[in-house]
Design a protein around this ligand. Structure first.
Ligand SMILES: Nc1ncnc2c1ncn2[C@@H]1O[C@H](COP(=O)(O)OP(=O)(O)OP(=O)(O)O)[C@@H](O)[C@H]1O
Length: 257
């Protein structure tokens, strides 16, 4: 469904070019719920932004539902963003002047396409995520968890190929975080949604089918969940600890040299 092959991305700062992604390769299958974790600065948001068609990359290949992104025009990329991708951001990005239901319908409104099908889908999503009773309320009148569930519903309104989530639980307490993860699990189970989530939160990641660990701009490890969520969480914590220790050792060695 999503293929990333040998992706390279550099940022130009003044006269210097910094390579952030140094040959990332990964794939995500239809219906999979995948998390990307890694130390700060390892390139997680950069990777997400490349897949989101927001920033160009120099080398490599990204294929989304058989369509290769490189070389597409701005219009074609905007079309993919609107029609093929659903976004969930850390700070919700709900519009204060619209109700929950109107916010959910927003991508369809932008697409100029709100008919019976979209209205029915909005109702289905409200029921699925337990927000039907607050559908007429405004974002300021609902809790953080409800706002985020609204954001997940909005990401699903156009039935996207892929949902991209950037730290969706970053601003939430553990109860609200769990509600968001449950929404993703519900979307996966009921709508066969495919979800690609960048997170620092190992607890949230432990509910995923797979966790990709990024380090220094490359995939360091792919961890498949083939045990209970609890056991997977323990395994993740252990792996992250080892990765951080390794990083500290590498930094110390660099300082010595
Ligand atoms: N627009 C930019 N111009 C220059 N450098 C950038 C730009 N965006 C990011 N960087 C640098 O690229 C590196 C990777 O950034 P990125 O945001 O992808 O990391 P991250 O893994 O998402 O980090 P975090 O976990 O802290 O959010 C960092 O060193 C960052 O300072």
């Amino acid at each position: 469904m999503l293929y990333v092959k040998n992706l390279h991305k550099s940022y130009q700062v003044g006269a210097t070019s910094y390579e952030v992604l140094k040959g990332v390769s990964l794939s995500v299958a239809q219906g999979e719920f995948v998390a990307v974790m890694g130390p700060s600065g390892s390139g997680k948001s950069t990777l997400l932004n490349c897949i989101s068609c927001y920033i160009p990359f120099e080398e490599g290949k990204i294929t989304l539902g058989q369509k290769e992104l490189k070389g597409l025009s701005e219009d074609a990329l905007a079309h993919i963003r609107n029609e093929k991708l659903g976004f969930v951001f850390q700070d919700f990005m709900l519009l204060d002047g619209l109700t929950v239901r109107q916010n959910i319908l927003l991508p369809a409104i932008i697409r100029g396409n709100v008919g019976r099908k979209e209205e029915t889908m909005a109702d289905r999503l409200c029921n699925l995520f337990g927000i039907a009773q607050i559908a007429g309320k405004y974002p300021a009148e609902i809790s953080g968890g409800e706002r985020q569930r609204t954001a997940v519903a909005r990401a699903l309104i156009n039935s996207p190929l892929l949902i991209l989530a950037d730290e969706p639980t970053g601003n939430l307490d553990s109860k609200s975080s769990r509600a968001v993860i449950d929404s993703f699990l519900e979307a996966k189970a009921s709508l066969k949604a495919t979800i690609f989530m960048v997170t620092h939160d190992s607890f949230s990641a432990s509910f995923c089918d797979r966790v990709i660990l990024l380090k220094d701009g490359v995939v360091y490890k792919n961890m498949e969940r083939n045990s209970s969520q609890h056991a997977f969480h323990d395994a993740l914590l252990e792996e992250l600890k080892q990765m951080n220790t390794l990083e500290e050792e590498e930094e110390n060695n660099e300082n010595l040299n």
